[in-house]
Design a protein around this ligand. Structure first.
Ligand SMILES: C[S@@+](CC[C@H](N)C(=O)[O-])C[C@H]1O[C@@H](n2cnc3c(N)ncnc32)[C@H](O)[C@@H]1O
Length: 266
């Protein structure tokens, strides 16, 4: 494992205890279900086998259950051994949690999936984005899908960079927001075509999902959540990248990686 990936492992081993409280938070649940999950739930419903990349604990597995989705196979891979342990403890025996660096050539679950799910994860692999997409095309069945929910570089990135740089809850060597154009290039170069690109996450996102990092007191959340949530629902209809903290994109594996440009010298 590279030094960079060890850094991610140490960071998430240290902060793993946060996952249970995050999963139990009703504002987080309501916000993420309505603003994020509803946009790709149809793809998950059609997938009999799902690999959650950077699965963390088991929070997303619980969400799937809340949505009434129970795929034949729901596996997870994460670089943090402590989080994989949580995943294994809280998912059925039919699920496998792999402790591995997803971008490593050595990672091989020995099967292909209908869907790979990345919820806030690709932007932790910025030193190996090409390797990550290479692994996606290796592990997604022809006609299968990849879903990315990632922080949007087009929105307040200067503030995010300062925040990542000075907070010990982030690893600014490996983590940075991504542009939808960067994801598009990566996906298209690895044989994926776009099904959906959407933007969302305005003021309500910060109140609902980043309250621990912003140290928002409970009464501020109680007061602000409902009006800002409704405002975000309206703003999301604009689908405008410059006002949105996140982008969601869904990609289909065409099974035909686009050939790299021919080197004219050879
Ligand atoms: C922000 S957390 C998201 C966790 C989960 N997807 C969720 O929505 O709660 C990012 C996760 O990616 C994992 N991760 C980072 N780099 C990784 C890598 N190279 N391979 C596998 N997992 C990785 C971290 O350990 C962490 O659990």
């Amino acid at each position: 494992m590279t030094e960079n990936n060890n850094k991610q492992k140490d960071l998430f081993n240290k902060h793993q205890c946060r996952y249970d409280s995050f999963a139990a938070d009703s504002y987080v649940q309501e916000y993420t279900m309505r603003m994020f999950w509803s946009r790709f739930v149809d793809v998950l419903k059609d997938s009999n086998s799902i690999l959650e990349v950077g699965c963390g604990g088991h929070t997303n597995f619980v969400k799937l259950g809340d949505l009434g989705i129970s795929p034949g196979t729901y596996d997870g891979v994460d670089i943090s051994d402590k989080l994989v342990e949580m995943f294994e403890q809280n998912t059925p025996d039919s699920s496998t949690g792999y402790c591995a660096d997803f971008t490593s050539q050595a990672f091989d679950p020995g099967k292909k999936y209908d869907c790979l799910l990345f919820i806030g994860v690709l932007h932790h692999m910025t030193k190996s984005l090409d390797a990550a997409l290479e692994k996606c095309s290796e592990l997604v069945k022809d006609g299968g899908h990849v879903v990315f929910v990632e922080p949007n570089v087009a929105f307040l990135d200067f503030a995010r960079r300062i925040w990542y740089r000075f907070s010990d809850e982030f690893d600014d060597e490996n983590e940075r927001a991504l542009s939808i154009e960067e994801i598009t290039d990566l996906c298209e170069n690895h044989g994926f075509s776009n099904i959906k690109k959407e933007f969302c996450g305005n003021a309500g996102f910060f109140v609902a999902c980043t309250h621990e990092i912003l140290k928002l007191p409970w009464f501020a959340r109680k007061l602000l959540f409902r009006p800002l949530f409704h405002l975000d629902v309206l703003l999301a209809k604009l689908n405008w990248k410059y006002i949105s903290a996140q982008h969601i994109s869904v990609w289909k594996n065409n099974g035909r990686p686009i050939a790299p440009p021919v080197d004219s010298a050879s």
